[in-house]
Design a protein around this ligand. Structure first.
Ligand code: ADP
Length: 642
């Protein structure tokens, strides 16, 4: 706690983000209210959850609500909640100083997108603008907050121009009060102090919020309601009227999932999805399940159409909110959805769950486990019934996530294997399923071939595939890092084994044993020279036009896997690979001749290096000594022109 007022600078990317939000969302200004109400509702959710185990946190203020106080004359709007509030440290952490992880990357992506046609609001929507959206409408924002259970309050203030102040203050009640000094009203703009405007925005964007969003409104009422307003001829009696202030609730708080499927409009789905996901894009699809029986529950789940910015971040929140009989239990309920479906958002309402359930208990709860199994099944059904175009749009975005399931959810492996899609040497830009692959297999083909790497073009032209392609076999081109784990989890499909084109023996082209023997002396020499780099030199069964490639044993790590591990900073032992040479290639024949004529010819070592470099280059790798490589090739080129 710091007793004096401090003036601090916004972190660079936070300020950048704020500027982007302010500039790009100007035409969508009203969303600030949804964001602030959403934060208030989250804060109440959190307090409610915490108070299950700490009863006295609520004190005598147990009636949760979010209050709006507009002031037309002063042009201010206050958003007040009696949620969990923030301590001094929390304010420091949450607002201004420490940006959410990934903010810098996100800002960079936004900056880049500005140059392209992608509209920034759509991208920003994926990030969730949250608190900072206040600066779209306000010149100055003052946050006064007191954490539940604390006796000290904090005041944070900023004009959004680079710095903010923070100091201790006094506040009676727990919770957060956000005061917006609204920007000067321009001609034709919405006035966010008008009852009608606020009512409309709350109804449109925050109707589903689980707590009352209230506002004091002035009404003309009779002084004595028992007095008749009209006489028996229908004439006004002139009954005395006066103005009174009444607190009215602006949102219906209707739990949309309890409605009948057919009674929910697309618009309602969109608004509800926006509310729970903080994503503005419309959902791609939804799933509404009501199950009765031993495990009773209702679920309303959504598949997003765009990936959230933090899909692959450790901090990523799961999107399932758990309720029991419409009473909120917790958000971010990881137990209800496996990691590889973490992008699914929505609500699960399970009436038999204990409201006081803790996260620890949830993990062992049988009801929760059953619901999860059931929901995963329903999501698979939804995905497999989707039309091709829609599914592919989904897969483009979430395919890499779903694929994680192949190495983590053994029980659903077959279903997941039906859902994955790949691009192949034949399909090129189009996705195909493993089912399609198997249907297209050649009569004599026994295995499903694949190759992994980070570049589609390099894979497509990989020398490892030459003989396979000669046989007209199709090869899956796997460019996703997660594919390395996919092939570890998925070893066969439809009883056909998956086989790496760059590892182990390829049973496609038998190398002539006699001819192989003829080359053993030369290969022994090359191996001796390259001993530090390779473990073996072998006659290749996979090459046709190329001279050399690098391969591994069945159990070895692939080149791509090694690259991924290194990139993630893992300390892995250097595994030597096998240098495969094409003994049908004239160059290897000539080199053999050279070796047999004079085993001490210095060219032999030079050419051995060259073969190694060519093998590395053909798979898109980096060679050790590029200038030596160019020099040798240069000499070869010169000598080839007579
Ligand atoms: P997000 O809500 O996406 O996390 P925000 O920028 O909107 O991001 O808010 C940052 C954090 O500030 C929140 O995660 C929350 O911890 C805190 N916060 C914001 N508004 C409130 C509030 N009304 N009461 C308590 N904490 C809040």
């Amino acid at each position: 706690m710091s007793p004096k007022k401090e003036t601090l600078q916004f972190k660079t990317e936070v300020q950048q983000l704020m500027n982007i939000i302010i500039n790009s969302l100007y035409s969508n200004r009203e969303i600030f209210l949804r964001e602030l109400i959403s934060n208030a509702s989250d804060a109440i959710d959190r307090l409610r959850f915490k108070s299950q185990t700490e009863r006295n946190l609520l004190g005598d203020d147990a009636e949760f609500k979010i209050k709006l106080i507009p002031d037309e004359k002063k042009q201010t709007l206050e958003i007040i909640d009696n949620g969990i509030g923030m301590t001094y440290e929390e304010v420091m952490e949450n607002i201004g100083t420490i940006a959410k992880s990934g903010t810098a990357e996100f800002v960079a992506a936004l900056e880049k997108s500005k140059k392209k046609a992608t509209p920034a609001p759509e991208l920003i929507g994926q990030f969730g603008v949250g608190f900072y959206s206040a600066f779209i409408v306000a010149d100055k924002v003052t946050v006064t907050t007191k954490a539940a259970g604390s006796d000290r309050a904090v005041k944070w203030e900023s004009s959004g121009d680079g710095s903010y102040t923070i100091e201790e203050t006094k506040k009676e009640d727990r919770g957060t009060r956000i005061l917006l000094k609204l920007k000067k009203l321009e001609e034709g703009e919405q006035d966010f102090t008008q009852e009608y405007t606020l009512r409309h925005i709350v109804k449109q964007h925050s109707d589903f919020v689980n707590y009352p969003v209230v506002m004091d409104v002035e009404r003309e009422e009779q002084v004595d309601p028992s007095e008749p307003m009209f006489d028996k001829d229908g004439k006004p009696t002139g009954a005395k009227m006066h103005k009174v202030i009444r607190e009215e609730t602006l949102n219906s708080m209707k739990a949309i999932w309890t409605k009948n499927k057919n009674d929910i409009t697309e618009e309602e789905h969109k608004e509800f999805y926006n509310h729970i996901s903080h994503d503005w894009n419309p959902p791609l699809d939804h799933l509404h399940v009501k199950l009765e029986g031993t495990t009773e529950y209702t679920a309303l789940l959504y598949l997003p159409s765009k990936a959230p910015f933090d899909l692959f971040s450790q901090d990523h929140k799961h999107g399932i909110h758990l309720y029991s009989k419409r009473v909120f239990i917790m958000d971010d309920c990881k137990e209800l959805m496996p990691e590889y479906l973490r992008f699914v958002k929505g609500v699960v309402d399970a009436p038999d769950l204990n409201l006081n359930v803790s996260r620890e208990i949830l993990q062992q709860d049988k009801i929760v486990r059953n619901i999860r199994i059931n929901l995963v099944k329903k999501i698979f059904e939804l995905l497999s019934k989707m039309d091709k175009e829609k599914y592919e749009a989904f897969y483009e975005v979430f395919g890499p996530v779903i694929k994680e399931g192949l190495s983590t959810d053994y029980g659903n492996k077959d279903k997941l294997a039906d859902l994955v899609r790949f691009k192949t040497t034949k399909s090129r830009d189009k996705w195909i399923s493993l089912k399609d692959y198997v249907a297209n297999m050649k009569e004599d083909q026994k295995e499903i071939y694949y190759i992994t790497g980070d570049n589609m073009a390099t894979l497509l032209n990989s020398p490892h595939l030459e003989q396979l392609r000669e046989k007209d076999y199709e090869i899956l081109l796997m460019t996703d890092p997660v594919d390395e784990w996919v092939v570890q989890g998925l070893t066969e499909y439809d009883k056909k084994p998956l086989k790496s084109a760059e590892k182990g023996n390829l049973d496609v082209n038998k190398v002539d044993e006699k001819k192989k023997d003829d080359y053993s002396a030369l290969f022994g020499f090359i191996k001796g020279h390259l001993e530090d780099k390779i473990k073996e030199v072998e006659a290749s069964s996979r090459l046709k036009d190329s001279i050399a490639c690098l391969t591994g044993k069945e159990s070895d790590m692939s080149a791509y896997m090694e690259k991924i591990m290194k990139a993630s900073g893992q300390d892995i032992p250097i595994s030597k690979r096998i240098l495969e040479l094409n003994i049908d290639h004239p160059f290897i024949g000539k080199m053999k001749h050279m070796f047999e004529t004079d085993t001490t010819n210095p060219k032999l070592k030079e050419y051995s290096n060259l073969l190694m470099d060519m093998a590395i280059i053909s798979e898109g790798g980096k060679i050790e000594n590029p200038s030596q490589f160019s020099k040798t090739v240069g000499e070869l080129m010169t000598s080839s022109i007579v």
